[in-house]
Design a protein around this ligand. Structure first.
Ligand SMILES: CC(=O)SCCNC(=O)CCNC(=O)[C@H](O)C(C)(C)COP(=O)(O)OP(=O)(O)OC[C@H]1O[C@@H](n2cnc3c(N)ncnc32)[C@H](O)[C@@H]1OP(=O)(O)O
Ligand SMILES: CC(C)C(=O)C(=O)O
Ligand SMILES: [Mg+2]
Length: 504
């Protein structure tokens, strides 16, 4: 199988992500991760940009042994001198010099003619070559460059000694079919193209960076420039994890391999996210939190039977933990039952049906149901008693400077009854109203506590009460997202228990 080389520019274009500023130590950590990932070339920075950038490239160059180490340089002697000083101690050093070749960039930015740009490109490649290392040349904004001029520049820089010619889609303007034609056109129209490798560097302004890189591979590109998590200027670059997994999952599509150590992908992605401070969007392909999560019942059922029903690659193949089933309003009973078993609850079908109904009700008020929620539902389901009384609804009114009033509606022995009562606070007002409805005259609250079962603002609260009724103490429990409701349910639970004499 043909091999494409991976040129990683996380430390250079990736660091151009707004807000990202990596220290030398952080860059070194990322470089070591990239070496383990088995990329071919690490672009460690832009040496002229700052002393810190220069020092970081130097450290990376001294440390990394398995990959080539490159520094970016404008097509000027001072940039090239600085780049060379930074990379010269690398086992395999490379100078990457560039100049823009599109009409827009030449006219407005460089204020140079085609001939001036051509001459500067050729002269600076010769100058970089004189340092005695590999030279890569990029035509910045190549995809918007007049094709004849692009071919002329490429022929000139290859004659001057560039062994890699890079075709950047600098502004992410191209679409895949067009990019394929650009690379094909270069192969067909640059007479000495067989003396250099074609590289591509795609930006993601239209979300096409990976698709464009793949189209270029099909057209014969030999080196692909990528970044971890797709970091980079503006919308970023081709994401290394997307490219590597596409080539692995669909080898028949491109017939190439890239040598990436797939099992390291997740770890490297997490490391880069942590060090750069750029979070990975949850639905990011391959490495996002949701990439192997299944929320809907039909999907969960399929995945439980065989994960290949809804997963085209295994999470383990990129070094992630097994897929996770996310429980929410779209979840189904198969997955729910499986989760109960995983949590250690072997329940009858009838109980599972009952708990599942409560679970569905809970999803109306809670977005993501955690293991702890399911556990509490299961435990609540285990702890059942005939409900002579049940809460229907309640309403609290607070009058500043006065007591709190509660209006409580309940099913009381098959009848609907309502009572209004006052109390020092909402819980005591509700309890007084419950006493009125149930006729519980000798009910004394002996102990009351509330704790949160899960974290986050939509967490469930568990209320626990000890109520003395006619000289005996009964424990009641209630679990709800509303703590007043949990308190009411717990109190009613204790009263129901007193009726069947379920003792403490
Ligand atoms: C497509 C890309 O991603 S290219 C890489 C982009 N990355 C960066 O720019 C990050 C690092 N950059 C920097 O630290 C600074 O821009 C530096 C040190 C490179 C230059 O800083 P300054 O001297 O202040 O120049 P400034 O950035 O304002 O302008 C760029 C200058 O380089 C020139 N220039 C731009 N590209 C090239 C090139 N490839 N070759 C030669 N000259 C170039 C511009 O015409 C402009 O020249 P001028 O100062 O004579 O007008
Ligand atoms: C310097 C070049 C390769 C670049 O980053 C771009 O054109 O996007
Ligand atoms: Mg770029």
């Amino acid at each position: 199988m043909r091999k494409v080389k991976i040129f990683d520019t996380t430390l250079r274009d990736g660091e151009q992500t707004p807000g990202v500023n990596l220290s030398i130590e952080e860059k070194l950590t990322i470089a070591k991760n990239l070496e383990e990932l088995n990329v071919d070339i690490i672009e460690a920075g832009f040496a002229i940009a700052s002393q810190a950038d220069f020092d970081a490239i130097k450290e990376v160059a001294k440390t990394i042994k398995k990959c080539k180490v490159a520094s970016l340089a404008r097509a000027t002697e001072k940039d090239i001198d600085r780049a060379w000083d930074a990379v010269k101690e690398a086992k395999y050093p490379r100078i990457h010099t560039f100049i823009a070749t599109s009409d827009i960039h030449m006219k407005y930015k460089l204020k140079m003619s085609e001939d001036e740009v051509y001459n500067q490109a050729v002269e600076m490649v010769k100058y970089a070559k004189s340092k005695g290392c590999e030279v890569q040349f990029s035509c910045e904004d190549a995809s918007r460059t007049r094709p004849e001029f692009l071919y002329r520049v490429l022929e000139g820089v290859i004659d001057a000694g560039a062994i890699v010619v890079n075709i950047p889609d600098t502004v992410g303007f191209t679409y895949p079919e067009e990019f394929y034609e650009i690379v094909k056109g270069i192969k067909e129209n640059v007479p000495n193209i067989d003396k250099a490798e074609i590289a591509v560097h795609c930006h993601n302004d239209l979300g096409l960076a990976t698709a464009n890189a793949l189209a270029a591979i099909r057209a014969g590109a030999a080196q692909i420039e990528c970044t971890v998590n797709g970091l980079g200027e503006r919308a970023g670059n081709t994401a290394i994890e997307e490219l590597a997994m596409t080539l692995k999952v669909r080898p028949e599509g491109y017939g190439v391999e890239c040598g990436i150590n797939h099992s390291k992908i997740y770890h490297v992605s997490k490391t880069v996210s942590k060090l750069t401070g750029v979070d990975i969007q949850p639905n990011k392909a391959v490495v996002g939190d949701n990439a192997f999560a299944h929320e809907s019942g039909i999907h969960q059922h399929g995945v439980l039977e065989n994960s290949s029903t809804y997963e085209i690659m295994t999470p383990e193949s990129i070094g992630r933990a097994k897929n996770k089933l996310v429980f929410g309003k779209h979840s189904g009973k198969h997955a729910f039952k499986d989760k109960l078993i995983e949590l250690g609850y072997e329940l009858s079908e009838e109980k599972i049906d009952d708990i599942f109904k409560k679970f569905k009700k809970l999803t109306d008020i809670k977005k993501e149901i955690l293991d702890e929620d399911i556990e509490s539902l299961a435990l609540g389901g285990l702890r059942t008693v005939e409900k002579s009384y049940d809460l229907t609804s309640f309403n609290i009114t607070r009058i500043p400077g006065h007591t709190t009033q509660a209006e409580v509606k309940m099913v009381a022995k098959s009848e609907i009854r309502t009572a209004i009562a006052e109390g020092d606070g909402p819980v005591s007002a509700v309890y007084n109203a419950i006493n009125t409805i149930t006729g519980c005259k000798n009910c004394t609250l002996k102990d009351y506590s509330i704790k949160s079962i899960t974290s986050a603002s939509d967490a469930q609260g568990e209320a626990r009460v000890e109520v003395e009724i006619d000289g005996k103490v009964y424990i009641g429990k209630g679990i709800k997202t509303d703590i007043i409701e949990a308190s009411a349910v717990a109190y009613i639970d204790a009263i129901n228990r007193s009726l069947i004499n379920v003792n403490k």
